[in-house]
Design a protein around this ligand. Structure first.
Ligand SMILES: Nc1ncnc2c1ncn2[C@@H]1O[C@H](COP(=O)(O)OP(=O)(O)OP(=O)(O)O)[C@@H](O)[C@H]1O
Ligand SMILES: [Mg+2]
Length: 346
């Protein structure tokens, strides 16, 4: 394991040069500035509190091609150490879901991987072509949908390229629409098209379905799974929805006390069925790690693994009540309810 401390984000799969710029700029970042509010650690000696939970095994075998490789990552905001000696490998093409209590540092980790936060110590290596999508689609209201899709790409805006990406998400017919006329599901699909047009090796998704109604959410989840199967980028999806994580991911991580406290490989065949006994057992196991309910006997819960069960979960963990199974996305059937308020880029 690497022990040297660097403040650098290097690229994998592209030119492996410390500090190298991605081949394409990440999307959805026009209103994001590197955050310099924190106080990164400067020595190894102060990085591990005595009561730190045992971290899960999250490193891939030697030689595995990686989309993300993180070693000894630390991020603090003043005295608040949010990420504390975190290691994580995400192999190329793997779909990873990241769970954890509100405020545990999920978005902080994603922002670091997106190179939006550089006040870190440790080693961070990420694929050079990456795309980011957040809970709010963040479309510029004064640009038509297709122009939003190719926003930030080098060269003249390429409508054909934008329409091809919109086609993939079932939205080509709205290419000339203004963002304010889109439904919430359509806007989120436009955001996915904007990510896809970058042909990303790594997609960083921070609660991208969080603002959608239940039915649209299931449809867009199905769409993301289809796009992943078609293009096979690595995906790191932050979610509070345990079922969503289990329906979509190859591997589900639980973040706690600054590290990846648990990693579960999900080998269930796709499409997955929420009533499958194995699915139910995995859900109970993960809820146990999140401090909600108890893992069933025989399940690999936190105590069995030497970790600490989570407490004081102040964010509602979703997915406990849901009984619907995955359904094929129907791009033509958008909700007609008013779109949610969206953050507008300045
Ligand atoms: N710029 C900042 N300045 C100070 N503290 C910050 C900053 N950004 C994040 N934090 C703190 O870091 C911690 C982790 O925040 P983060 O947004 O990563 O949590 P999260 O796991 O994504 O939570 P949620 O599930 O609610 O989105 C929180 O305590 C938060 O207040
Ligand atoms: Mg967050």
């Amino acid at each position: 394991m690497a022990t040297s401390i660097q403040r650098s984000v290097t690229t994998l799969l592209g030119p492996d040069v410390p500090g190298a710029s991605p081949a394409h700029p990440p999307v959805d970042t026009a209103d994001e500035q590197p955050d310099h509010a924190g106080t990164p650690g400067t020595s190894e000696g102060d990085r591990t509190p005595a009561n730190a939970p045992a971290a899960a095994t999250v490193t891939a075998p030697e030689g595995t091609p990686l989309a993300v490789g993180v070693r000894n990552l630390r991020r603090a905001f003043g005295a608040n150490i949010v990420i504390n000696d975190l290691d994580l490998d995400v192999p190329v093409g793997q779909f990873v879901a990241l769970l954890g209590a509100s405020g545990c540092g999920k978005s902080t980790l994603l922002r670091i991987l997106a190179d939006l936060d550089t006040e870190i110590s440790g080693q961070v290596r990420v694929a050079s072509r990456r795309a980011v999508a957040f809970q709010a689609p963040r479309l510029l209201p004064w640009k038509r949908v297709w122009r939003n899709v190719v926003l930030g790409l080098p060269g003249r805006p390429d409508k054909a390229r934008a329409v091809a990406a919109l086609e993939e998400v079932g939205l080509a017919r709205r290419a000339d629409a203004w963002p304010r006329t889109l439904s919430g599901g359509e806007a989120q699909r436009a955001s996915l098209a904007r990510a896809l047009v970058r042909d990303p090796e790594l997609m960083l998704l921070d609660e991208p379905f969080g603002a959608l109604d239940a039915l649209t959410r299931i449809r867009v989840q199905g769409l993301v799974e289809q796009l992943w199967q078609r293009h096979n980028p690595a995906i790191l999806l932050v979610t509070h929805d345990v079922e969503e994580a289990l329906l979509l991911a190859d591997r589900v991580l639980v973040m706690k006390d600054g590290v990846i406290a648990h990693s579960a490989d999900i080998t269930l065949a796709r499409p997955r069925n929420v009533s499958d006994p194995q699915f139910v057992a995995l859900r109970a196991e993960l809820l146990g790690w999140l401090g909600v309910g108890h893992a069933p006997s025989g399940a690999a819960g936190p105590e069995a693994a030497g970790g600490q069960p989570a407490q004081d979960v102040d964010h509602p963990v979703q997915g406990v009540e849901r009984t619907a199974q995955t359904v094929e996305p129907d791009p033509a059937a958008d909700t007609r309810e008013p779109p949610p308020r969206r953050k507008i880029l300045s």
